[in-house]
Write a protein that binds this ligand. Structure first.
Ligand SMILES: C[S@@+](CC[C@H](N)C(=O)[O-])C[C@H]1O[C@@H](n2cnc3c(N)ncnc32)[C@H](O)[C@@H]1O
Length: 293
């Protein structure tokens, strides 16, 4: 979301009661010593293209940026505080469950602070285990389905969720589709060990003009499943960013930065029951919000 607007909210203490309490005390006190301009400058050093995590407080600022951006989205889109949210391809960061936990427990109209439900589908065994441990202290209900997100209708009925989120997940999903074709086991291997292999395979398919032929159909099947899982009027929300440091292994930041555009093109072509919603504070290059008609 827009960094100056976010800096103003941080300065006004909007996230102090919930999201900031996960950050180290040192980071919080440094943020509180700054004015809006200072916070904006700090955010700008991290939230850029590609994301720069070399600075001292950068990981904390990235966490605050994402948890606050998702918290604000729930608020702007008037997601009910007891919503059911499905995140596909989680496993590393826990920004969405943290944002939902804060939102469901802190909205003024919350009827039951612990009533929100968060479900994720995740294929990689080791990451699922870690994710379970990382989210253990949250109040909301957390469910991890160790299966491909495309199969979620085997577990949940149509119209079960208010929101489906793709946090930095377009890349993971496309990588997994290509890895399957290439015979790379993404379930039992350590994800980070096979990551260079997967990224290089995706680049090869892209450079040879074969990416759409290989990935379009399985990708659209996932989006179609997510659309069916959504309640009418619910949202599928995507964010995408590129981290610095991947060019060295032959992965293009420019290619990664085009994921939202690519998903927009493919989803539009598939003509599903979805309509894009544009929000002033959310840049269309990095965010895409689709409403189920
Ligand atoms: C790097 S991790 C988590 C990334 C997460 N989006 C984040 O930014 O924190 C990628 C995970 O996505 C999972 N994944 C990829 N495609 C998937 C799919 N179709 N269904 C379920 N999980 C999937 C992988 O199994 C892996 O555990």
């Amino acid at each position: 979301m827009n960094l100056l607007a976010l800096a103003g909210q941080i300065d006004a203490g909007k996230f102090q009661p919930h999201l900031e309490n996960h950050l180290p005390a040192e980071t919080i006190s440094r943020l509180h010593e700054m004015n809006v301009e200072g916070i904006d400058n700090q955010l700008k050093q991290v939230i850029r293209n590609p994301i720069d995590l070399t600075g001292e407080m950068s990981k904390d600022l990235l966490e605050l940026y994402y948890t606050a951006s998702w918290f604000n989205l729930f608020e702007i889109l008037r997601v009910p505080p007891d919503a059911a949210v499905f995140e596909i391809a989680a496993g590393d960061t826990i920004y969405i469950p943290r944002a939902l936990n804060a939102y469901s427990g802190n909205t003024t109209n919350a009827t039951n602070a612990t009533n929100a439900t968060y479900v994720t589908a995740n294929l990689n065994k080791e990451l699922s285990k870690g994710f379970f441990q990382k989210t253990a202290d949250l109040d909301i209900q957390i469910k991890i389905i160790e299966d491909d997100g495309v199969n979620l209708l085997d577990y949940y009925e149509h119209d079960s969720f208010e929101v489906v989120s793709f946090h930095h997940a377009l890349n993971d999903i496309i990588q997994t589709i290509i890895a399957d074709i290439e015979g790379i086991d993404t379930v039992n291997n350590n994800w980070w060990t096979i990551e260079p292999q997967m990224l290089q395979a995706v680049m090869r398919y892209n450079d040879q003009g074969k990416l759409k032929e290989a990935a379009y159909e399985p990708f659209i099947k996932i989006i179609d499943t997510c659309t069916k899982l959504l309640k009418k009027g619910g949202y599928i929300i995507f964010d995408n960013c590129t981290y610095a440091g991947y060019e060295q292994i032959g992965y293009s930041s420019e290619f990664h930065s085009s994921y939202i555009r690519l998903a927009r093109e493919w989803i539009t072509e598939a003509n599903l029951d979805l309509e894009e919603v544009e929000l002033d504070l959310y840049d269309k290059n990095w965010w895409m919000i689709l409403k189920k008609l």
